[in-house]
Design a protein around this ligand. Structure first.
Ligand code: MEV
Length: 307
């Protein structure tokens, strides 16, 4: 049985605004999802994962756990005789660390012909992700497919690699509250509908923050990267994807790091703090002491690959 593995991600700058065509900067992280797909010839689709499992005949209409809709799409569109899919994950679900997109990417690779180009794996993974998140920008699946630090935009979906500053350390803390990306994207859509001019201004600000972050990354300027994360957080507050728990975590992280922000859709899930070797440990310990699970992640240069 051949397993494929794909990394999760943190969004360093530009989540939500990327849905409206902005640039976002993402970092694939060293927490991965592994998927195997073994074709069958009896029309049975079997999916086993920690989140949910199912087994049904393709000839019957089957109601399945909505969380499995992306894998169902992949199985039914690419495995005409049925398939056994197994999923193993090191990434907590609903935490904003890209578990479901990494699962889509690894599964797309597992059912695709060997040596398929990344762009065709990404296209299938994105079709699958859109079964539960119809407005997905594709940013998460792109980070998971290509790995490393990428600049991504919907208009030019070929992500551009960046080199992270050697000294940069990323501390992630988990609020423990699961969130729904689709619901948070809808919250922002409502804000944009109700405040069109304000949203346009904020969108421009978010795009220039992403641009500045890319040049600060090239210059290895961690202090500025932290400051830009905090400015990005203010925009996320304004569009309504933060809450008291996230603010508490940000407040703690900002006392020790160079800056921090929600990563991903918000409304729960994780924050990410920009640090280096001098303050990463302190940042994580302060968050842990306040009761939040905190850990360091590093950039994973490897995108989707066979195990
Ligand atoms: C979710 O990880 C990122 C969002 O920007 C949604 C998207 O890009 O599709 C909130």
């Amino acid at each position: 049985m051949e397993w494929y593995s794909a990394p999760g991600k943190v969004i360093l700058y530009g989540e939500h605004f990327v849905v409206y065509g902005n640039r976002a900067v993402l970092c694939a992280i060293n927490r991965r999802v592994q998927v195997s797909a073994v074709p069958r010839s009896d029309d049975i689709i079997s999916i086993q994962s920690d989140v949910a499992s199912t087994r049904y005949s393709m000839n019957d209409y089957a109601t399945i756990d909505p969380a499995l809709a992306p894998l169902r799409h992949i199985a039914e569109s690419r495995c005409p005789g049925g398939v056994d899919i197994h999923v193993r994950s090191e990434i907590p679900p609903g935490a904003g660390l890209g578990s479901s997109s990494a699962c889509c990417v690894a599964a797309a690779a597992a059912v695709s012909p060997k040596q398929s180009p990344p762009r065709s794996v990404l296209a299938l993974a994105l079709d699958a992700e859109r079964t539960i998140h119809p407005n997905s920008s594709g940013a998460d699946c792109a980070a998971s497919t290509y790995g490393g630090i990428i600049e991504y935009s919907k208009e030019s979906p070929k992500p551009v690699w960046r080199r992270p500053p050697d000294t940069m350390r990323l501390v992630v803390a988990d609020s423990g509250a699961e969130h729904s990306t689709a619901r948070m994207v809808e919250t922002v859509a409502r804000f944009a509908r109700d405040n069109p001019e304000r949203f346009d201004t904020m969108k421009d600000m978010a795009d220039s923050l992403a641009g500045l972050a890319l040049s600060s990354m090239d210059a290895g300027d961690i202090h500025t990267l932290g400051r830009l994360a905090s400015q990005n957080q203010s925009l996320l507050e304004d569009i309504g994807v933060s809450n008291d728990t996230m603010r508490d975590m940000i407040h703690i992280a900002d006392r020790h790091s160079y800056g921090s922000k929600i990563t991903g859709a918000g409304g729960g899930g994780c924050i990410v703090a920009i640090t280096d070797g001098s303050n990463s440990g302190r940042t994580a310990s302060a968050l842990e002491s306040a009761g939040y699970h905190a850990f360091e992640v590093s950039a994973d240069a490897a995108g989707v690959n066979p195990l």
